[in-house]
Design a protein around this ligand. Structure first.
Ligand SMILES: NC(=O)c1ccc[n+]([C@@H]2O[C@H](COP(=O)([O-])OP(=O)(O)OC[C@H]3O[C@@H](n4cnc5c(N)ncnc54)[C@H](O)[C@@H]3O)[C@@H](O)[C@H]2O)c1
Length: 268
């Protein structure tokens, strides 16, 4: 592939597996220096090693994005290794566990908001300070269909992703005059769980492009947003969902069936 991102310094959070790993590897193959973050040290090390083995440049950095001190240390490590940060891909997020509102508690709600919304803000805040001072930079946040179309049993997750989309627009306004673009990607149903053939078919059945997405499907759009081809795009959310949200009903709303709803007599 073309080394169109030669020399770009890119931080990808949650890049130890799944979508983050695919994006990090693709930036590595395109010539970027990649800071591979994850809370899981083994995953981060594996992704960084894969990039380096393929002739690219990467360092693993273990950090919990919901901890401001660790976020600060991650950016310090990136700057020490490569001099600055040009692109931040805020991919890390907690998808589960699912909880029906009647069975949920405050601890569960706060944990998902802490990682997905506050963690994303902490990374944006630190990156914005680096990027605004040099007059350029790109931030890419990770939304979900849940920002605009609800999943059952996902009150925390959907709220976090709605917040991420609103925050993306607000930051685009704050940072535009400083040369920093802020956008979001909205993945559809992406197979990061190694689903078996039957589950893959079930998840793909209502998608207009007739298949579940692969992590690599997210990489091209991320590289595009980080490129000069996207120089006039900010405050935008790009759907990468095989057409899922273009239709009235999507497959993912049916994953948590109403048959799982608690019976009132079973509640505490
Ligand atoms: N897979 C999908 O279908 C889908 C759909 C919509 C949105 N998304 C979003 O895309 C992003 C990636 O999804 P995925 O399916 O690849 O997820 P995943 O669960 O496969 O991977 C997430 C990675 O983030 C890391 N992580 C979790 N908490 C962290 C923290 N506090 N600090 C640092 N790293 C942390 C995990 O260790 C893991 O490696 C998430 O933000 C998710 O909400 C995914």
């Amino acid at each position: 592939m073309s080394r169109s991102h030669e020399g770009q310094i890119v931080v990808v959070t949650g890049a130890g597996r799944g979508i983050g790993r695919a994006i990090a590897e693709r930036f590595g193959a395109a010539g970027a220096h990649v800071v591979v973050n994850d809370i899981d040290g083994n995953g981060a090390a594996e992704t960084a090693a894969t990039i380096e083995d393929a002739g690219g440049s990467a360092i693993p950095v273990v950090a919990d994005i919901s901890d401001a001190t660790q976020v600060g240390e991650m950016f310090d490590a990136a700057i020490e290794a490569f001099g600055t940060v040009d692109v931040l891909v805020n991919n890390a997020g907690l998808i589960g566990p699912m909880r029906h509102i009647l069975e949920a508690d405050e601890t569960w709600f706060r944990q998902i908001i802490e990682v997905n919304l506050i963690g994303t803000w902490l990374c944006c805040h630190r990156a914005a300070n680096v990027m605004a001072r040099k007059g350029s930079g790109v931030i890419i946040n990770m939304s979900s269909g849940g920002a605009t179309r609800a999943h059952r049993a996902f009150t925390a997750y959907d709220a976090s992703k709605g917040g991420i989309e609103a925050m993306t627009r607000a930051m685009a306004l704050d940072l535009g005059p400083y040369g920093v673009r802020v956008n979001a990607l909205m993945p559809g149903s992406i197979d990061t769980e190694n689903h078996d053939t039957e589950q893959r078919a079930l998840r793909g059945v209502n998608i207009p492009l007739e298949r579940i997405g692969e992590p690599i499907d997210m990489a091209g759009p991320a590289l595009f947003l980080a490129s000069t081809d996207a120089d006039y795009i900010t405050g935008e959310v790009i759907r990468v969902d095989g057409g899922m949200l273009a239709q009235q009903r999507s497959a993912t709303v049916d994953i948590y069936s109403p048959s799982n709803f608690p019976a009132i007599e079973d509640l505490d």
